[in-house]
Design a binder for this molecule. Structure first.
Ligand code: GLC
Length: 435
């Protein structure tokens, strides 16, 4: 089995738990057309203020969020404390641009922490390095006013060092006011040059100094790789890596970040296009297969929900979390504690493995048999995971109906006898007990 190199953050529990919930929530939910709406529509600070003034999540019930996540089999949850628009969910002492000053009138982060802890779900904070609200955040090619020459001329004296002080101060608040936090998920560095403007990276964030502070306050915390200094987890997003993610030729701890519909923040209109994305809801079957595919390559999957401006998970999101939960109820032991197997799966199947248990996830149900190469003498017993029913291991000659011919099966192949009827689950799994 591939084993990633040791890193500072404690990733044992993370690699075991495999499946998390991402939550993107803020005043952009009031605009209801993606969390980058301020950038996509070049909205000025003044015009964006209406979303702050009307953010009133009167139906916010983090216990309901936590129960939905628990049912789905999610073991950790990462909530946006501040996104690129600079709006803060918690009662930060360093800014007025926070939930406490909106019609919400209260800190929205603490209730999230308490509700998810109550369900035994580990806590993660997403924190945007980018801040399009802060007066010292220099305009760059990602800024909503990047094409506003007048604005840029007026704002040439912005001091990134002042902004970095604010950034570090808020991270200190997050690391000292909410008890034990398990994951800190920064987003994102872009230190290249574009359209004649410099991006921002580890020097601008003072990432080295920031990491030192975090590790002093919360030594075991898992930190992602977007401070432009590799830490504990690598985070490919909105695609499925072809294989186990490697960095400099070595396997790393990695987490695929996926959305339900292409947008991280709540997006109401299904026809909506944004950036180079489009809004298409993935089916529950696709999401379950993505989770299996990720674990079969030694990775984690964090799946995002963008709550509405009233504080609810929308029905289409709840439906998918419920479906995933139904499947996980019967099959979670092929996910938790499992990882990539050295065995090669047959066509239309994925293997995950946990010690001497090998899990065969069957993406398309074949007629009567599945043949596993080079496994003839390796399996002691096989069963369907959904109902624990035996799956017979076939001898080495396969008899067809009305035919005297019997196809001699290569003796190295293990042939499993399947019921004609596909089990009534989204993705059937056969649990193989290895000798
Ligand atoms: C990208 C998006 C950002 C989102 C993040 C989640 O960085 O720009 O809006 O929060 O992905 O991984």
């Amino acid at each position: 089995m591939l084993k990633p190199e040791f890193t500072a953050g404690k990733t044992d529990w993370f690699v075991h738990d495999r499946f998390g919930l991402f939550i993107h929530w803020g005043i952009y939910a009031t605009a209801a057309r993606h969390e980058w709406v301020k950038n996509y529509e070049k909205i000025t600070e003044e015009k964006y203020q209406k979303y702050f003034n009307h953010f009133d999540p009167d139906l916010y019930d983090p216990d309901a969020w936590a129960k939905a996540a628990k049912h789905a089999g999610m073991k950790y949850a990462v909530l946006t404390t501040k996104h690129h628009d600079g709006f803060c969910l918690w009662d930060s002492k360093l800014t007025d641009y926070k939930a406490t000053n909106t019609p919400a009138g209260r800190d929205l982060l603490k209730p999230f922490v308490e509700a998810f802890r109550k369900q035994g779900i580990k806590i993660g904070f997403y924190h945007s390095l980018i801040d399009w609200h802060h007066p010292e955040f220099p305009v760059d090619f990602n800024h909503p006013q990047k094409d506003d020459e007048e604005f840029k001329k007026k704002e040439t004296n912005r001091d990134i060092k002042r902004y970095a002080e604010y950034l570090h101060g808020q991270v200190r608040e997050l690391m000292t006011e909410f008890g034990k936090t398990d994951i800190l998920w920064f987003d994102f560095s872009y230190s290249r040059e574009q359209n004649g403007m410099k991006g921002k990276g580890k020097e601008d964030w003072q990432s080295e100094k920031l990491l030192k502070m975090i590790r002093e306050l919360m030594p075991d915390i898992i930190i992602n790789n977007r401070l432009e200094i590799t830490q504990d987890i690598h985070t490919p997003e909105q695609f499925q890596p072809r294989e186990w993610v490697h960095v400099d030729g070595k396997p790393v701890v990695w987490e695929a970040c996926q959305t339900l519909n292409g947008s991280w923040g709540y997006h109401r209109d299904s026809s909506g296009n944004f950036g180079d994305n489009y809004l298409v809801w993935k089916t529950s079957e696709m999401l379950i297969k993505m989770l299996i595919d990720t674990v079969s390559k030694g990775g984690n999957m964090i799946l995002n929900v963008g709550p509405t401006a009233r504080g609810q998970f929308e029905p289409k999101a709840l439906e998918r979390l419920r479906d995933i939960g139904e499947w996980m109820k019967l099959h979670s032991r092929s996910i938790y504690g499992a990882t990539q197997s050295e065995f090669k799966p047959p066509q239309d199947c994925k293997f995950t493995q946990n010690g001497n248990r090998l899990y065969l996830h069957i993406f398309s149900w074949p007629f009567k048999h599945i043949h596993l190469d080079n496994m003839a003498d390796k399996v002691e017993y096989a069963q369907l995971l959904n109902d624990g029913s035996e799956i017979k291991i076939q001898g080495h000659d396969l008899k067809g109906e009305h035919s005297s011919l019997s196809e001699k099966i290569d003796s190295k192949i293990l042939t499993l006898e399947l019921p004609i009827q596909k089990p009534d689950v989204v993705v059937p799994v056969i649990e193989l007990f290895l000798k």
